[in-house]
Design a protein around this ligand. Structure first.
Ligand code: SAM
Length: 256
C-alpha cells in the first residue's frame, strides 16, 4: 500500500508558474486532515457496483440509457452527495482549492450527474450550467437544486456540439471522459475543440479523472486523456495535481 499522505501531498508539472502569479489565492483552502474514514470503503464498493452495472447495461443499451437506468434504480449511485462518505466531499473541497480565486461569471460543469459539485461551486460564480448525458440525472439534479437560483441544468452529450456561444470562463469536466469508450485521439481532439469553443479567451478548464498508482489500466487511460489536451495547442497546462485517487489538471485556453 502506498503512503497515501505522500501521494496526496504531491503536486506535479507546473510548466509556467508565472501564469499563476496573478491568481496566487485559490477559491478555497485545501482540506488539511486525512480524507477518508473506514466508512469510505462502502463508497468505493458502491462506485464499483455502479460501474459494473453500467458495463453490463452498456452492452444492451446506448450510454445515455444505461446511465438513466442506473440513476433511476439506485439513489446517488456514485455516492456523490451522501453525507456518510467523506472522501467525495474532501475531493470536491480539494478541487475548489485548485481553482484560482477569480470572479467567475459563467461556469459549465460537464457530466454533472446529480449536481453535487455544481452546487458546491455555485456560490463562487454568477451562473453555473450543469450538463449530463442522462436525462434522469438532470431531472434529479434540478429537483436537488431548487434553492440555488444561479444553477441551471441541460440534458446534453459532450460528444455532440450544441450551438453555444463562447461564454464560459470556467469549465469543469470531472470523472466523465473515461466513460466514453472507445476514446481515440481524434475523438479527444474534437472534445477539446468543442470545450474550447465554449470558452471565453483565457478561460480555464479543470479536468479530473481516476488515477491510482500510475501503471494500472485506468491510470494509463487518464494519463492519455490529460496529455491529449495540451497536444491540441488549444490549451496550456497551468498545473497538475496527483491526489489519491485522481488526477486533476488545470488548463487555460491558449491565445493562439
Ligand atoms: C461519475 S459521474 C460524475 C459526476 C460529477 N462530474 C462528479 O464529479 O460528481 C459521471 C457522469 O458523466 C456523465 N456522462 C457520461 N458520458 C457522458 C457524455 N458523453 N456526455 C455528458 N455526460 C456524460 C454520466 O451520465 C454521469 O452522470
Amino acid at each position: 500500500m502506498p503512503n497515501l499522505n505522500a501521494v496526496s501531498a504531491e503536486i506535479t508539472a507546473i510548466p509556467d508558474p508565472a501564469e499563476f502569479s496573478a491568481d496566487a489565492m485559490s477559491l478555497a483552502s485545501a482540506p488539511t486532515n486525512f480524507f477518508m474514514t473506514i466508512r469510505d470503503i462502502a463508497f468505493w464498493i458502491r462506485s464499483a457496483r455502479a460501474d459494473a452495472r453500467l458495463k453490463q447495461w452498456r452492452g444492451e443499451h446506448q450510454m445515455a440509457s444505461a446511465f438513466d437506468r442506473l440513476y433511476a434504480g439506485m439513489i446517488d449511485p456514485f455516492g456523490a452527495g451522501l453525507p456518510q462518505f467523506r472522501y467525495q466531499q474532501r475531493k470536491y473541497d480539494c478541487l475548489l482549492s485548485m481553482l484560482p480565486a477569480r470572479h467567475y461569471r459563467s461556469v459549465l460543469d460537464v457530466g454533472c450527474g446529480l449536481g453535487s459539485f455544481t452546487r458546491k461551486l455555485a456560490p463562487y460564480c454568477d451562473h453555473i450550467l450543469g450538463t449530463d448525458i442522462s436525462g434522469e440525472a438532470i431531472r434529479q439534479a434540478r429537483a436537488l437544486s431548487l434553492e440555488h437560483l444561479q444553477v441551471d441544468y441541460s440534458h446534453e452529450d459532450i460528444l455532440e456540439q450544441p450551438g453555444r456561444e463562447a461564454t464560459f470562463d470556467l469549465i469543469i469536466v470531472a470523472d466523465t471522459l473515461y466513460y466514453i469508450d472507445p476514446l481515440p485521439d481524434g475523438r479527444l481532439t474534437s472534445i477539446a475543440r468543442n470545450i474550447a469553443a465554449k470558452m471565453t479567451p483565457g478561460g480555464l478548464l479543470l479536468l479530473v479523472n481516476h488515477y491510482f498508482f500510475g501503471a494500472d489500466r485506468a491510470s494509463r487511460n487518464t494519463r492519455g486523456i490529460h496529455d491529449a489536451f495540451p497536444r491540441t495547442s488549444i490549451f496550456d497546462r497551468l498545473a497538475e495535481y496527483r491526489r489519491a485517487f485522481f488526477l486533476a489538471t488545470l488548463f487555460q485556453r491558449s491565445n493562439s
